[in-house]
Design a protein around this ligand. Structure first.
Ligand code: ZN
Length: 60
């Protein structure tokens, strides 16, 4: 597990989360620890490195 820092798409505060580098493709929803809005997280792991990461707001 590696800690990854990113900006919340709602409040723009920098938050962090733990990413499991043993799972190649990950998509899940995480609540922002500052504003509590749901963030759609998409991460791709390649050769033990974080290849891509995106944090998007979930449209109502
Ligand atoms: Zn937030």
């Amino acid at each position: 597990m590696e800690e990854h820092f990113f900006q919340c798409p709602y409040c723009w505060e920098e938050i962090s989360m733990l990413i499991d580098y043993s799972v190649p493709n990950q998509t899940y929803v995480e609540d922002c620890e500052v504003c509590c809005n749901p963030i759609l997280i998409t991460a791709t792991i390649s050769d033990g490195q974080l290849e891509s990461f995106s944090s998007e707001s979930i449209e109502q």
